[in-house]
Design a protein around this ligand. Structure first.
Ligand SMILES: [Zn+2]
Length: 466
């Protein structure tokens, strides 16, 4: 049963489509103790696994030129930093994700000739900037184009807007190399806190499930939290085609992103991947990277991905319960060979960052060491240590030795100590630059490359002032 209600949001009317929980939540018979807990019926919706009129899936995509690929019958994709998809039927078209603003116009222009008018829906798998950048371009002034998103998109965009000051700077650092972004100064905003300033582009918000039919295709959009709380996946049963958004791509997922995020819950990723796998897709088209073809192949890839997340989650939980410190867990938790695959390489997400994200997401900032419960940080004793070591130059020389020996992580820490005592110490800055360059040379993770590149630019700017 679905309930419909109209809600007013930010001065605009949006249609909020929800799913009624049939009997709601209630206490269990044993009063909710000893594992009894409140019981809530799962969301009620029906995903079509066996469609009546199945259109055979191809073995791969056809390159149409101009950056456009036909990835299934009447389904087009422009690959990019993030992909844009166009699904056509004889009664109109649907866009799934719209890429980032830097590339959205090129994607829209490349795909526009393939649109079967009218364009009816833009489905957003989630509200990250690399998926919503082209909504206005596609929609124009046409009120007939509905923009569909999961209801959590509203709070998620408020959250992103609330922290615009820090995210603006951190995004430019993280993607500095990948997108060739200019450095941004870190300005502390002298402005009031804006708690609800997000501007959701959606005209329809749904709770757990939204379905519509266009031409000979059924579009089923399911809330699948993971990468973000508002994340949704799209299923077209007649094409046996799933669009899992960012919950699956060819890298271990970014369970924690260095630009800052609320916890991305591993168990939600797992449940969402299980949901998509249960549809038995013959084509899986993620919003980053190439589509995967073949039902068995897609099932195996999604399952391996999900199992890798599950392993890292469970090992982290095991370590937390064993009282093992976070840095040891970051060093020791790696995927066993059976779970290593091209899908779980670490070119985007990293396992050690994910371990820390899971740790912090579950039990928060306190590491169990009572020295860390006050507002006095370990750095407060750096100046004393530098003096005892014979001055900033002596510490900086040690940083240079570590850097020369290839021990770059410790070299960077050592430069932190020297620079805390003497911020313009040339030896320390040069050692820092050398280690950052060396790490950048071998870094395969694109987020790590961005932060190393941004840090290197910062150090080089300080050296240039001397
Ligand atoms: Zn993305």
């Amino acid at each position: 049963m679905r309930s419909l209600l109209r809600g007013r949001l930010l001065g605009r009317f949006v249609l909020v489509v929800g799913v009624a929980c049939v009997s709601g939540c209630s206490d269990s018979a044993n009063g909710g103790s000893e594992g009894g807990g409140p019981v809530c019926d799962p969301p009620q919706f029906e995903v079509t696994v066996d469609a009546e009129n199945v259109i055979p899936a191809p073995d791969g995509y056809t390159d149409l030129g101009g950056g456009v690929r036909e990835i299934h019958r009447g389904v087009y994709m422009v690959p990019g930093f993030s992909n844009t998809f166009l699904v056509t039927t004889e009664e109109g078209s649907v866009v799934i994700d719209t890429s980032i603003s830097l590339t959205a116009a090129a994607h829209e222009q490349a795909l526009r000739p393939y649109v079967v008018e009218p364009l009816r829906y833009i489905i957003l798998t989630h509200a990250h900037a690399d998926h919503v950048g082209g909504v206005a371009l596609w929609r124009g002034d046409d009120p007939g184009v509905e923009v569909l998103a999961q209801r959590e998109q509203v709070d998620f965009l408020h959250y992103e807007r609330r922290f615009d000051g820090v995210f603006r700077y951190r995004n430019s650092a993280q993607f500095s190399r990948l997108l060739n972004l200019p450095p941004l100064p870190f300005n502390a905003p002298d402005a009031p806190v804006v708690n609800d300033g997000g501007q959701p582009p959606a005209t329809i918000l749904f709770e757990e499930f939204f379905e519509f039919r266009l031409g000979d295709l059924t579009f089923q959009v399911v809330h699948t939290p993971g990468e973000t709380p508002d994340h949704a996946s799209v299923w077209i049963p007649e094409l046996r085609m799933a669009f899992p958004g960012d919950n699956y791509y060819i890298s271990f997922p970014n369970l924690y992103t260095l630009r800052g995020t609320e916890p991305r819950k591993a168990l939600e990723y797992i449940a969402s991947l299980d949901e998509v796998t249960s549809w038995k897709p013959a084509v899986v088209a993620p919003s980053h990277g190439d589509p995967v073809y073949g039902e068995a192949h897609a099932r195996d890839r999604l399952t391996a991905y999900r199992d890798a997340i599950s392993y890292v989650h469970d090992e982290t939980v095991r370590g937390i319960n064993a009282g093992i410190d976070i840095f040891t867990l970051m060093q020791e938790i790696t995927l066993p060979p059976a779970l290593q695959s091209p899908d779980t390489n670490e070119v985007y997400g990293r396992i050690d960052w994910s371990v820390r994200g899971i740790y912090d997401g579950y039990i928060g900032w306190f590491d169990g060491n009572v020295s860390n419960v006050t507002a006095t940080p370990p750095t407060a004793i750096y100046a004393d240590l530098v003096e005892m070591a014979g001055g900033a130059d002596a510490v900086a020389e040690r940083a240079s030795e570590l850097s020369d020996a290839g021990d770059h992580a410790r070299a960077l820490h050592m430069t932190d100590v020297a620079l805390a005592a003497e911020p313009a110490n040339t030896i320390a800055l040069e050692a820092r630059a050398a280690s950052l360059e060396a790490l950048l040379d071998v870094a395969e993770n694109s987020n790590m490359q961005g932060w190393l590149f941004a840090a290197l630019r910062e150090v080089e700017a300080k050296l240039a002032e001397q």
